[in-house]
Design a protein around this ligand. Structure first.
Ligand SMILES: [Fe+2]
Ligand SMILES: [Fe+2]
Length: 473
């Protein structure tokens, strides 16, 4: 039975472990201080129509009501135990672990802390966006994403406190001490240190970066360490909404651009105050390539270790019938690597060392699916333009292609060519200034900024012009 009305709502019988409960109750005020300092700026007193998880059952995890963000009931929810045996890696076939085996402690802690760190980081990155929300519907969605990232931090901190003793408690404190973009104590992953200051970036972030999160969480949901698997499994249910926000956000931008083009086919879309499709393409180039880096190196000994230790699997490792070999001791991942002066280097990465590539491929398929949907919108409007995902070589900061330059279609460039063409492929300073100039805040129910179409549906069957945020002022 879940303890829903406790100070820390949970379904892990927290009251049966008073020491752990006290430790988390001690962490709670620090968390709230962090939220006040680094959470959404200027909206802490407003009433937001939010979804709160009150249990993990299908009927109970999506409860909608007005709530002030600092009063959101951040809780600890794990999906019910499902699997008895480990499904991949060296420990396949043995019982899942409910404690952390000593020899994997360090690696598991590192995996959990790296995941955990992205959750508060994204809240920090997005903290100023409320001031330019294109509608109350979008404002509410932003805050929904933010409070759930806060809950994801709780999910990971619960694991650190419960299973990693003193070290875990220290790590939990560190998670509240690091700051996105801070010079001395930045967030762990580079992509989480840049501010997200406009809504095109926000929708790209929720489309591409949160989607990387989905694949990382899904890989951890296969873990032999069952509390981690069950925590991340439930996080994935919430994550689906974040991805929805990103994917439909970009759809609505495209829809509006097509409307503006239809109204006056001769007019420059910038004159009409819309987002040109070629500008959107540059944002896709930037975000998709940065997110490929989040998967890590193509040939990775860490990835091999995590897989062999049964800590981190592939996407749907235990559910996908196409994955037959759960040991991955044989076979290679073949990859074509262009070289500057000569024939391509055809690499064969031993499968376990190529787990980052496997996860990345699942991610790429998912992104490509979204692009097909967007392109269908464009085609239906009779516009001759196609959005594409850039090549895996393009604009990379990590892995085989980090020190080379490519076009989005994958042709090798010299350094000089690269700096000359960069402007054509990635958002320039002027592009960013233009996007910033579009950002105006809509404050009335049903009001919508000019650069984006309204959603097709409201939240929880409410009308689109519902008062999703009630401002105090
Ligand atoms: Fe998250
Ligand atoms: Fe998310």
């Amino acid at each position: 039975m879940s303890e829903l009305y406790e100070r820390i709502p949970n379904n892990v019988n927290l009251s049966d472990t008073p020491k752990l409960q006290r430790a988390l109750e001690h962490w709670l005020p620090d968390y709230l201080t962090w939220w006040q300092e680094m959470g959404p700026d200027g909206f802490q007193e407003d009433q937001i129509y939010l979804r709160t998880a009150v249990s993990v059952e299908a009927s109970g995890w999506a409860h909608f009501d007005y709530v002030k963000m600092p009063d959101y009931r951040w809780g600890i929810f794990l999906t019910p135990p499902e699997r008895k045996t480990i499904t991949f890696g060296d420990h396949a076939g043995k019982d899942v672990w409910n404690e952390v085996p000593g020899e994997f402690r360090k690696d598991l802690r590192r995996l959990i802390v790296t995941q955990a760190d992205t959750e508060p980081a994204s809240v920090e990155q997005q903290r100023h966006l409320g001031k330019t929300a294109p509608s109350l519907y979008d404002l509410r969605n932003l805050f929904q994403v933010n409070v759930e990232e806060g809950r994801h931090l709780w999910a990971m901190v619960y694991l650190l406190h419960s299973f990693f003793g003193r070290d875990g408690r220290d790590e939990a404190d560190e998670l509240l001490a690091r700051r996105s973009g801070h010079q001395d104590s930045p967030r762990i992953l580079e992509a989480f240190n840049e501010p997200i200051d406009n809504w095109l970036d926000f929708f790209c972030f929720t489309m591409f970066t949160d989607r990387d999160g989905k694949y990382q969480l899904a890989a951890l949901a296969e873990s032999a360490f069952d509390p981690l698997a069950r925590s991340t499994q439930f996080m994935l249910t919430e994550e689906a909404h974040h991805l929805f926000v990103g994917e439909t956000g970009i759809s609505r931008i495209i829809k509006r651009t097509l409307e503006l083009m239809h109204e006056d086919s001769n007019e420059d879309i910038r004159e009409a105050g819309g987002v040109p499709l070629d500008l959107l393409q540059k944002y896709i180039n930037r975000w998709y390539s940065a997110c490929l880096d989040l998967f890590g190196s193509e040939d990775s000994s860490n990835a091999a270790i995590y897989f062999s230790q049964s800590l981190k699997g592939r996407f749907r490792e235990s559910k996908d019938d196409n994955i037959q070999d759960h040991m991955a001791l044989e076979g290679y991942y073949a990859m074509n690597c262009p070289t500057p002066n000569g024939p391509p280097d055809n690499k064969e990465i031993p499968l376990r060392r190529a787990m980052n590539c496997c996860l990345q491929d699942s991610y790429t398929k998912d992104c490509a699916r979204a692009l097909r949907k967007w392109n269908a919108l464009i085609k239906r409007a009779g516009v001759n333009f196609e959005l594409t995902l850039p090549s895996r070589y393009f604009n990379r900061g990590i892995g085989f292609f980090a020190n080379m330059s490519f076009t989005p279609s994958g042709e090798l460039l010299t350094q000089e060519e690269d700096s000359a063409q960069r402007k054509a492929f990635l958002p320039s300073k002027e592009d960013r200034a233009y996007v910033d100039s579009l950002m105006v805040r809509a404050t009335q129910p049903g009001e919508i900024a000019n650069w984006i179409a309204p959603p097709t549906q409201g939240i929880n069957n409410q009308p689109i012009d519902f008062e999703y945020v009630k401002s105090k002022g």
